[in-house]
Design a protein around this ligand. Sequence first.
Ligand code: M6R
Length: 590
Amino acid sequence: MCGIFAVVNDKTNQASQTVLEGLKKLEYRGYDSWGIAIKSAASKLEVEKHVGKIGEAKTSLPEGSLAIGHTRWATHGGVTDANAHPHLDCTGKLAIIHNGIVENYLEFKEDLIKKGHKFSSETDTETVAHLIEEKIKRLPLEKAVFETFNLLVGSNAIGVIDMETETIIACRNGSPLAVGVDEANQQFFLGSDVTAFLKYTNSVHFLEDGEAVVMSRSGVKLYDVKSGKEKPLTLQKLDWKLEDAEKSGYPHFLLKEIMEQKETIAKTAALNETEIIKISESIRNGDKVVLLGCGTASYCALAGKYFLAQAGIESQAYGGYEFLPFSGFANDKTVVIAISQSGETADTLIAARAAKKAGARIVSIVNARGSTLERLSETVLSVGAGPEIAVVSTKAFTAQLATLYLLAKACANKYDEGKQRIKNFKEILDRWMNQDLTDRLIELAKNLIDQEHAYLIGKHLNYPAALEFALKIKETAYIHAEPFAAGELKHGVITLIQKGTPCFVLASNDDVKGEILSSAAELKARGGKIIGIAPFRSEEFEEAVQTPDLGELTVIPNIIVGQFLGYFLGVGRGADPDKPRNLAKSVTVK
Ligand code: M6R
């Protein structure tokens, strides 16, 4: 949570504009407030901070070529201008931006106040600025920053701008940071995510935990924060393109990313084959399988459990946040499949680390590049969906689901068959995701626009599909959408159904089709308005959206209907589909 961006040697000398643009790309990480600090020609640090989303904001900061900026998801201290980053030290010569939580900041704050430091915010971050200010009295800047950072407990990334040395120093422990080098123009960038500076360079170093960069006018140097020793900076060229991080004519990233699934799902068939076969062999040879993830990724884990069961493999699926009581059961015969778009979700990382400690082999299914989860995994299945900017996950989820399906098929010794079926998605989705479909869904969204509650049922693979479908409606349209396993209905839930209550029924042409239709009939008998999402028609459905009949993979188009519907409902209800209220894309705190 929170986005960090910085530039050194901005060639336009409009570093505040460059930072503002970069922050717009990072806003998905938090949008409670934003702020920029720039070294102006007057040899001052000038700071501008505002509550709220960046949107079309402009900055009135003066010219300059060295600046840092931040977009905040509040943890310590309310959403106010004063609590927005950057935070200055007492001298006003040093400013700091921060992503994470300094768990022990209170240990230092009182002492700093006694020493005469004046605090202007309620944040943990400001403490770090004053700590550096204290240390700088007896140490060079780099050492002062490194020593301070070594004192901090928690997952943190900081960026510090120093006016006097014209330097930006950044340190990482648990929260992501990447540095970008534009060799041709000698411009240097820092970002929580590469999308923020992809426009200028694709030459990147992802910082490891315990690494720091010192970005000066003359170049970028990499250090080990603990020892203070310099290390070689290794840059890699990313294959991501600028268009991947742009809306490309779509009104919102969410819609663009839903549409991109025409390519991204099929693309997974061309990735990770060797690794998938290897993992499937150890699973077949008796390794226990545990699937982990949070939010959407946890529903992916649950769907994976059904796919694996179809391949004759027993597995367990957990939300990362509930795994610790069970982590002790993992051992060196356990394969933990950790699923995460960002690879930075705190609860997933904690769970994966605990399993690793117990001896398990960690396989991660991730989308973003250079993440912490990738680094702690023995095997990485990178799903290649490209940057997912909208806070609500869509294309990363379906690419992860397709990857799990391929793994299950490999476990059943049917990898090639699975690969072909995933490859076919390109053509199938090209045909199905057309104007007729979106017109139909807009019409359905109009009929549902004033509803405050909806219920969903699914059985077997359509159960995790219902969970994910419901989350899309909740996140994007702020409608209370409650999903259930169809079998649960008669055990209490059915009391909630009244005349006209929207009830989505997710179904496939499978061996439980009859049962789910009976559940639909029961809901209908209580007055529920039944909306069928299925590859067939049924007289139980009052409204219906027909999906392609893809056997067990029908759940993918069934979920895509939920993504579209969430989007259209969200837009219709005046929500911001790319940045739903209270959410951040990467939940990097526990
Ligand atoms: O980056 P991750 O996949 O680990 O993120 C996990 C969840 O935070 C994420 O899926 C969240 O539920 C999204 N809001 C879903 O749209």
